[in-house]
Structure formats: structure tokens, C-alpha cells
Write a protein that binds this ligand. Sequence first.
Ligand code: PHE
Length: 457
Amino acid sequence: MTDNTSRIHGTWSSRWTFILAAAGSAIGLGNLWKFPYVAGANGGGAFVLVYLLCIALVGIPVMIAEIMLGRRGRQSPINAMRRVTSEAGLPRFWNSIGWLGVIGALMILSYYAVVAGWALQHIGAALSGDFQGTNALASSQRFAALLGDASSLVLWQSIFMIMTVAVVIGGVVKGLGVAVRVMMPVLLLLLVLLLIFGYREGNFSAGWSFMFNLDFGALTLHGVLVALGHSFFTLSLGMGAIMAYGAYMPDNARIGSTVLMIGGLDTVVSIMAGLVIFPIVFAHPELQPSEGPGLLFVSLPVAFGNMPAGLFFGALFFILVTLAAWSSAISLLEPGVAWLIESKGMSRVTANLSLGLIAWVLGLGTVLSFNAWEDYRLLGFNFFEFLDFITSSVMLPLTGLFIAVFVGWVMKEYIVREELADDSPWMMGIWYPLVRYLSPILVAVVLVAGIYDVLLR
Ligand code: PHE
């Protein structure tokens, strides 16, 4: 570990801490909230298959590349790119990987805090018995009432933003390790419990077929783009988050096996979340898989309200959703903060407060898109949907494309080999062709076709 980085930001104590932190970043609202509703909105099985293919053929290879860049650059994404590009003797254009990432991260953080705020609100709702004996209709109404109440949305959004800023001020290494170590196992355990509940009380077979029966008629080109974008989103790629964490990764840690583990864990959590939610949805005719962003928050209270000790499990579940969101939000804020500290000489506190404020203000647009601005549309999207589309479906794939092309074609092969020196030889054999040919071609084709599809609507 070299120079500035360890002094300014600290180093992960071990490869294991890195895995936990990266898993903490990857596993979040993307798995528990977003995956089920985008799968539901895009028809289920075929979407899930495309999503899994995107994870394997694009997400995992790009994640390896992104960690490599971060570790090679050993700084915030923007400066890491500067360093790696100058090492390669390249024009400054390539720095845009760092820029796009930091801006995209702030845009995502803005709505992420709003949705995490819903989870926070649901902890209290569970504890005060709001879900007790509730049915699908009452649950939908309860959630609609929350969405209609802008001031309470802003309150919860603000609390979550303060939580995030506070940890990043404390320093990522100190703040994160502990949280993740406790949280992940409990989250998995609870998902298993809910899965058993859904299996016994819900319509499991209908939920299962929805997720795994291939109905390609239900999938649009736009849907394919959403699947691709979501594979970046869920693995925290293309935003500097994983690059920034890579900068803190020990030199001799094996990248390949680490990434496979994180990618595997992340995928398992998403699939489990789907298998928890859809059986409940199909057991209640008033609930639709295509419910949209409210899916998690409408369907699960119905389960909690009708299970033994549901009050306890409900509160615990939304605590875990909040924690998972928290450890991801931290990684959305950290890259920009690290850059402001390194390059602008800002203090950690000022950098955090400035970026936190920007994301908070932008988040107000998302809050309003669920009530006062509901009817304002751009390309058929409301503000939140538009922000989500631009970030997940355009910026992330674009940055991912840059990263793949950069590591595959621009970075000198001997440097790549050096970075992978501790990895098994199959890495170069399988990963390198993927990152050079297949991943960039897939991303480019899906990006162009998907955007075309949206413009034509
Ligand atoms: N991967 C996180 C999730 O699935 C979101 C995230 C995206 C976090 C990008 C950091 C960077 O919820």
C-alpha cells in the first residue's frame, strides 16, 4: 500500500473486510426493493434470465476491471483515472470515467435516500402495530397515504441523509466494517425465514413460475436495457463506488475470487427477495407484480400483519432494509468526498456536508414526483423515473463500457497481468476476452437499442 491513500483514507485491514464492505455496498435497496419491482414490471422470467446473463457476462467482468483500476490508481475515482490514464500516456478524455461516476453517484444517492426513508418510516409503522391483520387493500392505501404526504417523506429522507453523512464523516473504514459484519448474516437469516413463510402461506408455485418461466413476449428492448442497467446498479458498478473501495484493497488480494463471491452473494439476495415477495403478491388478487416502486412496501406488510410475531419480524425486516441501504448509500457518497478532499483540499466534514446537501436538494424532486409533480412527464417518465432511467440505464452502462474498453484495450497488458499476478491463470483466459470483446459489444448494442426503444414510445 502506497503513499497518500492509506494516510488520508485508511486501508482495509484484510481481504475479508474488503469483501464485507463491497458486499455492503452491493447489497442494498437494489436487491430488496428494486429487483423485485423491475422484474415484476417487465414480466418476470425472461427479464430475470436476461438479468442473470448480464451479471455473468458483463457485471462480473466489469467489476473485476473496476476494482483493478481503483487499486492501480489508489485514489478517489477521478484522480485514480487521472493517474492510470497518465501512466498509459492517454488523453484526458478518459478521465470522464471518474467524473461521470461521481455525478451519477450523487444523482442515485438523491433518490436512494428517499426510498430508504420509506424503510425507516416502516420500522415505526411495524412497531406501532400498523400492519396488524392488514389486507392488500389496506396496505396499498397506507402506502399511498405515505407517498401523498410530502413533508413526512422529506423528514425521513433527511434523517437517512444525515445518517449517511455522519458515517462518511467518521471515515469509511471505521464506520463500515462492524455494521456489515453483523448485518449480512442477520439479513440472510431473515430472508430464509420469510421464504419459509411465503412457501407455506403464499402462492409459492405462482411466484416461482412468474420468476422462472420464460415468457419472452413480455420483454421489451427497453426491458433488456433495464436488466443490463440493473446489473450495474446492483453490483455498485460504474459509479466509482467499487473503484473507490478497490483503492483501499490490499495489493496481494486476489481480485477474481473476491468478485465472484460478492457477485454470487448479491445475486442470491435478489433472487431470495423475489421469492419472498411474489408468492405473497400472487396470494392476494388485489396485488399486482407490476405494482411499481411500492411493491416491497405494499406486499410485505400484508405478510407481517398475518404471521405470528409479525410485529417483531416486520420491524426487524425494515431495520435490515435500512441497514442494507445505509451501507450502500455510504459508498455512493464516499467517492465524491474522497475527491474533494484530495483535489480541492476540503476537510472531510465540509466535503460531506456539501455533497450531502446537493443530493438532498435533488432528492426533493423525487419526493414531489410521488405527489405534487406526479403528472409532469419527460419521455413518459416522472422525475424519479427519469432520474432512475438516466442513471441506471444510461450513465452506468456508459461508464461500464468505458471501463471495459479501457482495461481491455487501453491499459497495457503487462499492467493488467501484474494486477492479476495473485489470481489463478484462468482469469486471464476467461475474463480478458470477456472484458475486451463480449462485454463492451453487449453493452453497446443493448444501450443503443434500448434508448431507441424508449425514444420511439
Ligand atoms: N448496489 C446498491 C444496491 O443494490 C446501490 C449502489 C449503486 C450503491 C451504486 C453504490 C453504488 O442497492
